[in-house]
Design a protein around this ligand. Structure first.
Ligand SMILES: NC(=O)c1ccc[n+]([C@@H]2O[C@H](COP(=O)([O-])OP(=O)(O)OC[C@H]3O[C@@H](n4cnc5c(N)ncnc54)[C@H](O)[C@@H]3O)[C@@H](O)[C@H]2O)c1
Length: 259
């Protein structure tokens, strides 16, 4: 295989959930640029952002289809995944849907905790289960989940529900990889450092001291750039370049976790 073919997604079908968000949008764009047909989905409340994602991909000449998906709803996840599989096949699932809660544990209500767990952890399980059923039947496929550098450690800000949910995503990834591996399906997750700015991290603009501290704490002395620092790892994990990688938590954090 020649070098350019290794990362090509021509003829592949990629589903990106959370594609109205900044990192999901970028993952969709990267997949489209490598030649995939990209199905982009998000919660109905994020329709305007999803429309923007579709417009950006179409402007670049990418093949794109929009769908709706609430990852907390079993019926919605099933409908989304089966419709992509029926219309295009399903080679790659990228799950970038997620919510964050910056709150001390003593002030966090049970409903708030539950919501974060529902979206981040149960949503990942529902999507992995639905995609896994399709992919194991086809004996091939790749799943990319989104955890965080804080999946296996805690950060400086109180976010107990977020940290716990993403720790679950990391071990769920290993668990799905072990169940699906013998069926030719790979499951990996990304442990991202702080990518700024995105909707999720936008509030940091009001905390310039924290932002500076985070840059300084990162070995590369800068935060992740949503417009370029995700591109390489998505290209790798979605393509044949990662055919012997599974069950891994891949750190894309500028070296934060090395310190
Ligand atoms: N930005 C960072 O610094 C950072 C760092 C580590 C991990 N992450 C993870 O990366 C992923 C993307 O983050 P982002 O920064 O692009 O955030 P974002 O807020 O821009 O995007 C998140 C997307 O998830 C969608 N979503 C929320 N609830 C949903 C539901 N029930 N069903 C379907 N979609 C739903 C939102 O509508 C939004 O479009 C998240 O899982 C996040 O935890 C981000």
């Amino acid at each position: 295989m020649s070098e350019p073919d290794l990362f090509s997604l021509r003829g592949r079908s990629v589903l990106v959930v959370g594609a109205g968000g900044d990192l999901g949008r970028r993952a969709a764009l990267v997949s489209g640029r490598w030649g995939a047909h990209v199905s982009v989905a998000d919660h109905p409340s994020a329709q305007a952002n999803l429309d923007e994602t579709v417009a950006i991909l179409r402007d670049e000449g990418c093949a794109v289809s929009p769908l709706s998906c609430d990852v907390t709803s079993e019926a919605s996840v099933h409908a989304c995944v089966t419709s992509v599989a029926r219309d295009h096949g399903l080679d790659v699932l990228i799950n970038a849907a997620g919510v964050m809660l910056r709150k001390a544990v003593a002030e966090t209500t049970l409903e708030e905790w539950q919501r974060v767990l529902d979206v981040n952890l149960t949503g990942t399980w529902l999507l992995n289960r639905a995609a896994g059923r399709v992919m194991t039947a086809a004996a091939h496929g790749k799943i990319i989940n989104f955890a965080t550098v804080y999946a296996e450690r805690v950060g400086p800000v109180p976010e107990s529900a977020y940290y716990a949910s993403k720790a679950g995503v990391a071990n769920l990834t290993r668990s799905m990889a072990s169940e699906f591996g013998s069926h030719g399906v790979q499951v990996n997750c990304l442990a991202l450092g702080v990518f700024y700015p995105t909707n999720m991290t936008a509030a940091l603009k009001d905390a310039p001291d924290t932002l500076r501290w985070m840059e300084e704490r990162t070995l590369l002395k800068r935060l992740g750039d949503p417009a370029r620092d995700l591109d390489g790892i998505i290209s790798l994990l979605a393509s044949n370049g990662s055919d012997y990688i599974t069950g891994q938590v891949l750190y894309v954090d500028g070296g934060w976790s090395a310190w």
